[in-house]
Structure formats: C-alpha cells, structure tokens
Design a protein around this ligand. Structure first.
Ligand code: XIL
Length: 361
C-alpha cells in the first residue's frame, strides 16, 4: 500500500515532465511560424540532407522545399530515352510525408542541360521543330509526374542577357529564337493547369537587366502566355541590393499582375553582384582565410534585416521566399579559393545573429 502511494506522485511528476517537454519542443518557433501570416519560407535541398541532421532543421524552420539540382534537365533526363527519378522522387516524397510545399526548379535553362538535347545522331544541331518537340516531351513528362505535389515551377531560367543584347545567346536561342520561352510556359500549363508558373532570373535589381526582364514578361502577358509569377533569385551580398532597388523591382513586376517570389536567397559576405562571386574567367584570388569576421556578421545582418523588412512591406505581392541551401556548412558559393557564409544558420546549424534580426518584427 505504502509503495503504491509513493508511486502516484512519481507518476504525476513524470507525466508532467513529458507534457512540459512535449510542449516546449512544439514551442520552438521556426522561420515558417514567424512568417505564417506573410509567405511560405523555403529552402533548396539535396536528397542526402533529408536523412541527416539537416532534416530536423528543415522541418522546424521551413514550409517549402526546392530541389537544388535534382530536377534540372541534365540530372533528371540524362539521355533522350532515360529519366533519372530517384533524387527528385526522394525530395517530393519527403515533402508529401511532411506536408511541405514544393517549388519545382527548373524546366528550361541553358546550364545543366544534357548534351543530347540540341543535337542529332550525327552531332549536328537539331531543327527548331525537333528541339521544341523534345522540350514539350520533357516538360510534359516531368510536370505530369509531380502534378498536384509541386505547386509552382520555375519554367524558364535566366533567359535574359547580362550584357547589351536582349536574350542570352544560348543553344536555345540559336535553334529556336525567342519562341522557346512561350512554348515552355504553354507546355507546362497544359501538363498541370493548376501549377503556378514562374520566369526566374538573377541580377533583377540592376535597372538595365530589370527593364529587359520586364519587357519580356510584359510581352508574354500581352500575348496571353500562361506566366503567373516572377522569381527573383536574390543571390545578393553585403553590398547589394539597396532598399530602393529592391522596392522598385517588386513594384515593377507586381504592376504586371505577377506574383513575386524570392527563389534563391543568400547574402554573400563578399561584396559584389551574384553572391559576390568571381566573374567567370577572372583569376582566382589567393586562398583567403575562411573567417566569418565580426564586420561581415554586422553587414550581413543589416542586409538581411532590410530585405525582410521590404518583403513584409510587400506581403500582398510576395508569395514566397526560398533560401539557396540550408546552412553555412555547405553552400554553392563555397570553393573558388574561399568559403562563404551567406545563410541564416552557421556551420553547426545554429541560428546566426542575422536570424534573430529576420524574426524580430
Ligand atoms: C546551382 C547549384 O546550387 C549548384 O550545386 C550547381 O553546381 C549549379 O547550380 N541559379 C540557379 C540555380 O537558378 O539553379 C543555381 O544552382 C544557382 C544559380
């Protein structure tokens, strides 16, 4: 009898402990919770991260994922008669299991495209008809497979030139002129009429490039092409963009009746455009020490604070924000003789000071 009586408070205490710890676990707010009334918070992922320590962080912080590489034409369609679904399926299945949104990336791009796409069996360029037929078949196959599971697609990526020309000179334009762009949107819309279709590009805050993207999108809208949004990649740095440039971009693209999403956000700790990357062909700098200095931390935190302030201000127009990579442990900006620290989580997956600025409002 006595032992029984002793057990009761013990049981009560352990029940209370379980209750409290379950509760406190639930109460660890993530980015997605702070921004619930604003827009989904997304992140670009690789399949391996979904079965490692990153997965907990992803689930706690984000409500949307994008495959970093797995759905690009090269990886997913290596030969004309062969698709490689494993990595893309892993990502989509993870999202379905955990009720995350998925942004598909990307159906038509000049980079990471397979060799077979533009040439015939003798190695010559295919005709425009053949290229468009291949594009149609690719888009139809990929979009149909994930219909209902992928809510938005980056249909065409980076078609506008950085230099003085209008379109970037690629195999696409060489063979099919400008028409491949509207065709890609038509094929995607036919395969999944409910998917939200985006044109995606970078350096969208530089006036000259922004004007060209605007012209392209206005032309597509005027023609009735099913384009619903513009993806602004947001590979920024401690020196770019300014608040004025950013606000102007959102306002201009929204004026076309398009949704705006920031699709590949990172803020390089080195100044310059496109993630402070080196321009291709430029000499590699000497190996720099990979130190995240207090000055970088401060400048980056201020830029993150500013851009999220703007995102919230334009919440009517901004329908999604996606980070390009999970944490500073691995980012696509690493290498080239230096490590970068462009994200909100450090190499131990802990929130950086910038994180607390982003959620403080
Ligand atoms: C990058 C990936 O992060 C890298 O792993 C890959 O080697 C190259 O592509 N703009 C885009 C993304 O639209 O697809 C690119 O992703 C980054 C720039």
């Amino acid at each position: 009898m006595k032992t029984h009586l002793l057990k009761i408070p013990l049981l009560l205490a352990s029940a209370a402990f379980i209750f409290i710890s379950a509760k406190s676990f639930k109460e660890v707010k993530g980015l997605k919770d702070y921004y619930k009334k604003y827009f989904p918070m997304g992140v670009a992922v690789r399949p391996s991260e979904l079965s490692s320590e990153e997965s907990k962080l992803i689930l706690n912080e984000f409500s949307s994922i994008t495959p970093e590489n797995a759905m690009k034409m090269g990886p997913i369609h290596p030969r004309e008669d062969r698709y490689f679904w494993r990595d893309a399926d892993t990502i989509v299945n993870f999202a379905v299991r955990n009720k995350l949104k998925v942004r598909g990336h990307t159906l038509c791009w000049h980079a990471q495209t397979p060799n077979w796409l533009f040439i015939d069996s003798t190695g010559n360029n295919v005709s425009k008809d053949v290229l468009l037929q291949r594009l149609k078949s690719h888009i139809n196959t990929v979009v149909s497979r994930y219909k209902g599971k992928i809510y938005a697609w980056d249909v065409v990526n980076e078609a506008i030139a950085d230099g003085p020309e209008f379109l970037r000179k690629t195999k696409w334009t060489e063979i099919a002129g400008e028409e491949f762009i509207e065709k890609a949107f038509e094929y995607a819309h036919a395969a999944d009429p409910n998917a939200v279709l985006f044109y995606n590009d970078y350096n969208t805050e530089i006036p000259a490039k922004r004007d060209k993207i605007f012209k392209l999108l206005k032309g597509l809208k005027d023609k009735g092409v099913p384009v619903h949004g513009v993806g602004l990649q947001a590979h920024w740095s401690i020196s770019t963009p300014t608040r004025e440039e950013l606000e102007k971009s959102i306002e201009m693209f929204s004026s076309l009746g398009l949704q705006v999403q920031f699709t590949e956000l990172d803020i390089s700790v080195y100044s310059g455009r496109q993630g402070g990357q080196l321009i291709q062909g430029q000499q590699q700098p000497q190996q720099q020490k990979s130190v995240f200095t207090a000055e970088m931390e401060q400048q980056q935190l201020e830029k993150y604070k500013m851009v999220f302030d703007v995102f919230r201000k334009y919440k009517k127009n901004v329908t999604g924000v996606t980070f390009w990579n999970v944490s500073d442990k691995y980012t696509w900006l690493d290498g080239r003789g230096r490590k970068n620290f462009p994200l909100l989580f450090d190499q131990e997956l802990k929130p950086k000071k910038a994180y607390w600025e982003v959620v403080k409002f």
